[in-house]
Design a binder for this molecule. Structure first.
Ligand code: F6R
Length: 609
């Protein structure tokens, strides 16, 4: 994620930038920094690990004056949160400063090349290559140097650039990462998101990919990749600041549900090389290491545990290794069988969950290799692990996890594929087929989201329920468990998930007239069995809402209400099937008047046992 802000006008840039960064802290808060040009021979800068207040304290001690500048609030992807890794990054002579949001995928090869040419890197970030490359191409024209540099980047980036040699100029570029331009009276702003500038202006240009903003001597030009001037329409923002920080949605949970296609793309695409092979830079497990592993555990809590259940399914199917999944608080006290031939995979969005951390410390003490899947760079889990897979889902603010869960599932598919390929349990052809099918999930999620009005109507029927049940078989049972957790968590309706085949062994006694039973039916081989189970609960008075694959006409004959989701291969269906269940939970919670983003009794990060 990360947030960037830039200013050029008559006001003190630091004040405008800090105001903007405060509104962008939801995009990241590992560190913050500013760079200002004011006629001095070098760029003036300050940066500090931690929240924006840390930077503001530094700026109070040593104020920086000037009316042109850029700023950044960071959500670490490459390199742990630290002062050195904070943005802005500067060239060696400190005449150029850059802030960046996104990931420059080919930064390693550029870094090696620049290092060989004598450039000295201070940080571990991908961003630092941008400023050195601009420096390399700089021949007196800042804009041309930026054009030449970005032509070499692969990946996603929004960049803001200033130079002490050009105190009246501000350059910004957008590719895949968001960037807007605010237009005031004789002043211009750049920002990752609208809230950053709303205090100053509501007039905005929304940039498209490959567009470049060039402000010089009070005049703005928006240029395309070929440096042609783009004629853009200036839009007026109607949102207030609060709505804007949620991307215009009423709640962070809805915003994060809508972030999911991007989270899928970010987690997958940025790890594909030019041959569409998965590159897991922070996982050093070799074929020999994998061959030596006799036992795999996946350990996590809550939603992350459910992602682990999908992970087991993927790893067993593709890499043909048996995997056990356990809840961290159980695992750590169960005297698990662990030795140096064990791989423990832990999953934690926050990377700070106490039980998950304790489980991995226990496994490490017994010689296991530990791989962490986490969303937070530099978190305790990431630091403790031997190998790390970062889900690049961006900060998750709502207590109920949504986008982190989808990103965790994508992480597992990719790890399973990587293990399978290294172990030789799948063909190259199947590998590529799966990579393509994972990539295809993002637009399918968008398709589901476009149908959300239908789910809102369904939720109306459920809002007064005393209890509700989710049913599924196979990997659909995992989706049912995650769906039930989400519904109980934010609606406070007593909800349970059952393996549909288990109903007759007890749970069916709970079914009464009108009990909502949400049935997930996406697995071809289990569809007939699910239909039988649906008939059983209907015969006892249940109101059945089915979530099934488009084209499944048999389900339509038995369900009282039905939501169709697009078809993907069975292995990947959990990513699609969970989306309508998140929306159901959201709308039921709203209908019951609950605080969706901050449900009662819950905290975002559980750092106690
Ligand atoms: C549910 C939810 C929790 C977390 C669990 C683990 O919506 O968010 O169940 O999944 O507390 O948290 P992390 O992933 O941070 O370890």
């Amino acid at each position: 994620m990360c947030g960037i802000v830039g200013y050029i006008g008559n006001k003190q840039a630091v004040n405008v930038i800090c105001d903007g960064l405060e509104k962008l802290e939801y995009r990241g808060y590992d560190s913050a920094g500013v760079a200002v040009v004011n006629g001095d021979s070098k760029v003036n800068w300050a940066k500090k690990q931690g929240r924006l207040s840390g930077l503001e304290a530094v700026l109070e001690q040593s104020p920086i004056e000037g009316t042109v500048g850029i700023g950044h609030t960071r959500w670490a992807t490459h390199g742990a949160p630290s002062d050195i890794n904070s943005h802005p990054h500067l060239n060696m002579s400190e005449t150029i400063a850059v802030v960046h949001n996104g990931i420059i995928e080919n930064y390693m090869e550029i870094r090696e090349r620049l290092t060989a040419e004598g450039y000295v890197f201070k940080s571990e970030t991908d961003t630092e290559v941008a400023v050195h490359l601009i420096d390399k191409y700089y021949e007196g024209d800042l804009l041309q140097a930026v054009y030449k540099a970005v032509a070499e980047f692969r990946g996603a980036y929004a960049l803001g650039v200033v130079s002490s040699n050009h105190p009246g100029e501000l350059v910004a570029v957008r590719k895949e990462s968001p960037l807007i331009v605010g237009v005031g009276e004789g002043e211009y702003f750049i920002a990752s998101d609208v809230p950053a500038i709303l205090k100053y202006t509501r007039n905005v240009y929304y940039l498209e990919n490959d567009e470049v903003v060039y402000v010089k001597d009070g005049k703005i030009q928006i240029l395309d990749a070929e440096q042609n001037v783009v004629d853009k329409e200036l839009k007026v923002v109607e949102w207030d600041i609060e709505a804007a920080s949620k991307g215009g949605y009423d709640h962070f949970m809805m915003k994060e549900i809508y972030d999911q296609p991007q989270a899928i793309r970010d987690t997958l695409l940025r790890r594909l090389d030019e041959n569409r092979m998965i590159r897991l830079d922070d996982i050093k497990l070799t074929k020999e290491d994998l061959d030596g592993i006799q036992k795999m555990y996946i350990v996590a809590c809550g939603t992350a545990y459910h992602a682990g259940l999908v992970g087991k399914y993927a790893i067993e199917k593709l890499a043909k290794v048996p995997v056990e999944v356990d809840i961290a608080s159980e695992f750590r006290y169960s005297d698990p069988f662990i030795d140096e031939h064990t791989l423990l995979i832990v999953v934690s969005q926050s990377g700070e969950t106490a039980d998950t951390l304790a489980a991995m410390k226990l496994a490490k003490s017994k010689g296991a290799r530990v791989l962490a899947i986490t969303n937070v760079v530099g978190s305790s889990v990431a630091r403790e692990a031997h190998d790390v897979f970062y889900t690049w889902a961006g900060p998750e603010v709502a207590v109920a996890s949504t986008k982190a869960y989808t990103a965790q599932m994508i992480a597992f598919y990719m790890i399973a594929l990587d293990f399978a390929f290294k172990k030789g349990t799948i063909t190259l052809e199947r590998y590529h087929e799966l990579v393509n099918n994972i990539e295809a999930l993002a637009p399918l999620v968008e398709e589901i989201l476009a149908d959300k009005a239908q789910i809102e109507k369904m939720a109306e029927d459920m809002k007064d329920a005393q209890n509700a049940f989710y049913l599924g078989r196979g990997v659909d049972f995992t989706t049912a468990r995650e769906a039930a957790l989400k519904l109980k968590e934010i609606s406070y309706i007593y909800t349970e998930a059952f393996a549909a085949g288990e109903l007759k062994h007890g749970p069916i006694a709970l079914i009464d007239q009108g009990t909502p039973v949400l049935s997930i039916v996406t697995q071809d081989a289990l569809q007939e069995k699910m239909i039988s189970n649906i008939k059983e609960v209907k015969a006892r008075g249940a109101f059945v809402i089915a979530i099934a694959k488009k084209g499944d006409t048999e389900i339509a004959k038995v369900a009282d209400d039905l939501f169709y989701i697009p078809e993907a291969e069975d292995l990947l269906m959990p990513v699609l099937a969970v989306i309508p269940t998140q929306l159901i939970s959201y709308y039921v919670s709203i209908a019951r008047g609950n605080d969706v983003d901050k449900p009662r009794n819950l905290a975002k990060s559980v750092t106690v046992e």
